[in-house]
Design a protein around this ligand. Structure first.
Ligand code: UTP
Length: 292
């Protein structure tokens, strides 16, 4: 019997420099795709996977995230008075219960590995999930729910995996594959951002992880890499052979919302996926296409 995945860590301490000036005073994770902030998509994905505790690793200027996951009594009472039931539901329905959310500060943005390490005391000695809100995934099943299902089978560490074009390997952590089934691939090695000629495969790591708590010991030991950052990939590479380690080729499409073009792409795809918007958005796209 595998230990259940009850907790999820959301590292939201990054500076979001690729999205300046939008992220000068607003957290990247609060950027809306259609009408919902990126971080809410990630939290709802975690809820759908059975997560009960939500741990945010924040930094300066991220208060809007805390407010978003709180009650907004004034707004709620106005909407109630005006009998706007749908809107009321849209601001309360998904808010986790009191005590389910906790925050810790990263203080210095020393990288994703450092952010995850900051959650050690809140996670404790149990396996947990990590979700990067800027990797937005459009899927029916829910990427983390699929990963939890795979975890219940094979245990250990699971990373979300996606096959990318050979010329894009430089943008991702890339898996050195062992036994490769259609969906589940054994991870025999991890290489950070290899040039296409040096990449051990085309299978990239995406921002969803199920990790064993021993990752914290490795994070304590890995030396700082480029820019003084502590890389999560370096700690994960040390766990290969220590725990079962797999990549799951999830269903659905991932959008890199930390990147401006990826973010626009996500907005179009998510709007087209909504029955209340599809027609109008298709008409706009046809119109734009004519002007090209
Ligand atoms: P990114 O590599 O996208 O970095 O981080 P960033 O700082 O957010 O954005 P850019 O590259 O400057 O535009 C991937 C994830 O790791 C988190 C980010 O919030 C994002 O979810 N992160 C990154 C931290 O929490 N702390 C860090 O020190 C770095």
């Amino acid at each position: 019997m595998k230990r259940p995945i009850r907790k999820a860590v959301f590292p939201v301490g990054g500076l979001g420099t690729r999205f300046l000036p939008a992220t000068k005073a607003m957290p990247k994770e609060m950027l809306p795709v259609v009408d919902k902030p990126l971080i809410q998509y990630a939290v709802e994905e975690a809820q759908a996977a059975g997560i009960e505790e939500f741990i945010f690793v924040t930094g300066r200027g991220k208060q809007a995230i805390e407010d978003h996951f709180d009650r907004s009594y004034e707004l709620e009472s106005v909407l109630r008075e005006r009998e706007k039931r749908d809107l009321l539901e849209s601001i309360v329905g998904w808010v986790p219960k009191a005590g389910q959310v906790s925050y810790t500060r990263q203080m210095d943005p020393h990288g994703l590995g450092h952010a995850v390490r900051c959650a050690k005391a809140l996670v404790g000695d149990e396996p947990f999930a990590v979700l990067l809100a800027d990797d937005l995934i459009l899927s029916k099943e829910g990427c983390l729910a699929e990963m939890v299902e795979a975890y219940n089978d094979v245990g250990g560490n699971i990373i979300a995996a996606m096959d990318v074009p050979q010329e894009h390997t430089k943008r991702y952590g890339i898996v050195k594959p062992g036994k490769d089934g259609e969906r589940l691939v054994e991870v025999k090695g991890l290489v950070e951002k290899p040039a296409p000629a040096e990449a051990p495969s085309r299978t990239a790591v995406i921002g969803r992880y199920i990790l064993q708590p021993s990752v914290f010991d490795h994070l304590d030991q890995v030396p700082r890499g480029a820019g003084g950052e502590i890389q999560l990939t370096d700690a994960l590479a040390r766990m290969i052979g220590e725990v079962p380690f797999h990549g799951l080729r999830f269903s659905g499409t991932r959008y890199d919302c930390g990147d401006k073009v990826g973010f626009l792409h996500a907005n179009i795809a998510f709007a087209l996926a909504r029955s209340d918007m599809r027609g109008e958005v298709e008409a706009i796209l046809r119109d734009v296409n004519k002007q090209l």
